[in-house]
Design a protein around this ligand. Sequence first.
Ligand code: ATP
Length: 350
Amino acid sequence: MPTDDKNKIKTVKRIAVLTSGGDAPGMNAAIRAIVISAQHYQIAVIGFCAGFNGLIDDMSMPLSVKDVANIIQKGGTILKSARCPAMKTPLGIAQAASTLLKEKIDALIVIGGDGSFAGLIALQQEWSGQVIGIPATIDNDIDGSDFTIGFSTAINTAIEAIDKIRDTAEAFERIFIVELMGRHSGHITFNVGIACAAEQVISFENFAHNNQTMGEQEKLLTLAQEIKLAQANRHASYIIVIAENVWQGGASVLARQLQDLAHIDCTACILGHIQRGGSPVAKDRILATKLGVGAVQAIIAGKSNIMIAEQNNTVAAVALQTAIMHQQGVSKSLIQAQENILALTAQRLC
Ligand code: ATP
């Protein structure tokens, strides 16, 4: 161990960890990496349960290396996760800070998404310990990290499901509208759409953006025309993937509207929470492990108010404020490839 590290370890005795917001496959792998690397540096770890609720209500448990055995492959989170509206109030933040003082915590690691990081930033106004974020959300909507923990597993789960839908769609020459998660970002929708060779990708980055001046009815007509054009003389399946929140009422309403307006018969399918569950894929387990170890090392190095991220395969530190800015959208080249080449070619020739 470098001498520098040895000197700082004396000041870091106890760190706490919690998982917050939507659960993401790989959160357990991150908890495991934190506990094992903290043990390596002789730092005790406690876990707060159910997101920021555990911090406000002082619900904690010690975490030993034994406690994190056999969890790397498990989805969900052994610490449980939850939304915690109280954390958005001055009283909730004061209570959270008081628990951290009472428990003599030197540093807090929060594994979660942008909302959870906003909670960490707010907490810093009331508590002087170190705060570190680890990006874990299936949405991949965090700036400054190439990927978030859980994103790869979520897209693989969705791809597997849509491949199955494709089989039945192909057999019946049916049109399916599959709604995918992502809140307000189209990372899941775009990546899944491309990987499943979807004939249409409807997401914030293309559909909502390109058709800003159009009303709902006009957008519907355009879509109906495109589907009819593509399906004329084509005896094949047709899959539309759509991001949640991009169409008012979601996939079911869109399917009904296409039927009412243009007699287009299509089946809506909402993949929903299956995208959050399941055993993390290798990429998420490895990412979570790297970021968990990186978080402990950052604490030892005296850092605070940062997210531990991955950039070009290297562990990096990003200011928490930067991480929640929502500037990093879906790659433009991915959008262009889908819009200009893949979808058009697939619709006319397959
Ligand atoms: P995901 O996007 O995967 O659902 P997330 O971390 O963005 O993850 P949110 O529900 O937005 O999920 O936030 C999780 C929790 O973080 C909230 O329930 C709340 O406790 C806390 N939080 C969110 N925003 C703030 C804020 N502005 N101030 C204080 N706490 C916040």
